[in-house]
Design a protein around this ligand. Structure first.
Ligand SMILES: Cc1ncc(COP(=O)(O)O)c(C=O)c1O
Length: 434
């Protein structure tokens, strides 16, 4: 049986190699995606192996991933989820748990965040009946500042939730100090920044909770997937409960009585001895991921440092090529940070002799994929027009981003030739129109 298994996996490796003959890069013909997964033979083998073992639900591989990932990201606990959005939902929902007693967030409490970003960084705030307080960002870094967040803190403010934009860290240490000084929870949406550092430490280690996405565009992939990380064991237990139907019991799936008092609890108004496996301390969800996903996550995780180095190399190469180009604002790393870049943001100067749409059309025509900075100013989208929120200061830069910003890719599968072609194309376009 094990011979047959080894043979099958060997065939999978060969199959992978046959599928991937080295294709030459043809400028203008080969698609240059803005993002994507870099998957190798080991990833394919890991998925098939998990399938051979019928690892179809969350189990030992998910647990192994959680412990390896927590170690890699310098947190005590990691909880795997089915997406980054689910991770954000769990992180914010955890703050509303009544187990937090007087620190519990209640409907109507305010959470400071930015207006320009990804919707599911903000949605959990609304979904929990909390009120987002939007502040603006800076152009160039595309993050907000400690001063803006400080100015937004009022008597009802209870938390700060911020994403590190396109892999570029905001000043996370100072943000954590601000949160501490005002007794606020601090959640880092680290979905776009795994491997980035600020002040010598990994992003995701400054907040009470941090979140990750494993969608293929992100630094590591499981297809779909996400994670909530924390070193606060009380929050970890709440996250786990909310993720796993709201249950009070913490036994891994398929196990029972790890607390050795499964039939000895009396909680709520339930009878004494009610099975702890079926006692619920939260109004929860089921947002678990499967072992199939975790199998891929484990082989991807082994390559995180390599991926980070490639993202940095690609970004630096494009940045150097474009340095000094007129009419375009190029991205800047936040001072004191070393980003693991998600993308390369470019803002077309509002006074430029060309528009963002013209630049985008030119690049897309050359098969160079572009994206906008996610939602731009969220408050301008139909979904948010009638939501309850506050804005502190103005959203001038969020509006500029909505109208003038795009980003191109730097993900690990892009080669020097591709990056150079992207750079040359942008320079040619600007020289032609400028
Ligand atoms: C900053 C940020 N947060 C959250 C998410 C959501 O992740 P997912 O697509 O895995 O739900 C994304 C997705 O790209 C993101 O960029």
């Amino acid at each position: 049986m094990s011979d047959r298994r080894a043979l099958l996996l060997d065939e999978v490796r060969k199959f992978h190699q046959d599928l991937q003959p080295d294709q030459p890069f043809i400028p203008g013909v080969t698609e240059i995606w803005p993002s994507g997964a870099l998957l190798d033979a080991e990833d394919r083998v890991a998925l098939v192996e998990a399938a051979l073992d019928m690892r179809i639900a969350a189990g030992p591989l998910a647990r192994r991933f959680e412990s390896e990932f927590a170690r890699k990201l310098h947190r005590r606990k990691a909880h795997l989820t089915n997406s980054g959005s689910s991770a954000n939902l769990l992180a914010v929902s955890a703050l509303t748990s009544d187990l937090l007693e007087d620190r519990q967030l209640r409907p109507g409490d305010e959470v400071v965040t930015v207006a320009a970003g990804f919707p599911t960084t903000v949605n959990p705030i609304l979904q929990n009946g909390l009120v987002p307080v939007f502040v603006d960002i800076d152009l160039g870094t595309y993050n907000t500042s400690v001063e803006r967040v400080a100015a937004a803190i009022g008597p009802k403010t209870r938390a700060i939730v911020l994403a590190h934009t396109l892999g570029n860290p905001y000043p996370a240490r100072e943000m954590a100090e601000l949160a501490d000084a005002h007794d606020l929870f601090f959640v880092e949406d680290n979905c776009d920044a795994v491997g980035s550092t600020y002040d010598g430490e990994l992003t995701g280690t400054f907040g009470d909770l941090s979140t990750v996405s494993f969608y293929p565009a992100h630094h590591l992939t499981m297809g779909e997937g996400g994670c909530v990380l924390t070193s606060n064991l009380a929050l970890a237990r709440i996250v786990e409960s909310l993720r796993d139907w709201g249950r009070d019991c913490w036994c891994p799936p398929g196990e029972s009585n790890t607390c050795l008092k499964r039939f000895k609890y009396q909680l709520g108004t339930l009878p004494q001895g009610y099975d702890h496996k079926y006692i619920y301390s939260h109004v929860g969800y089921n947002l678990k991921a499967t072992d199939l996903q975790a199998a891929l996550g484990l082989t991807q995780l082994a390559k995180l440092d390599e991926f980070t180095a490639l993202r940095r190399r690609n970004w630096r190469r494009l940045r150097e090529r474009l340095d000094g180009v007129p009419h375009l604002l190029l991205p800047e790393a936040t001072e004191n940070s070393e980003p693991s870049w998600f993308g390369f943001a470019i803002t077309v100067d509002p006074g430029a002799p060309f528009s963002r749409s013209e630049l985008v059309a030119f690049l897309e025509d050359r098969r160079i994929g572009t994206r906008q900075l996610f939602a731009g100013n969220l408050t301008r989208h139909p979904a948010y027009l009638n939501q309850r929120y506050r804005v502190v200061g103005d959203l001038t830069n969020s509006d500029i981003v909505t109208e003038q910003t795009l980003w191109v890719g730097v993900y690990p599968a892009l080669t020097d030739e591709m990056i150079d072609y992207v750079g040359t194309s942008i320079l040619e376009f600007v020289a032609d129109r400028g």
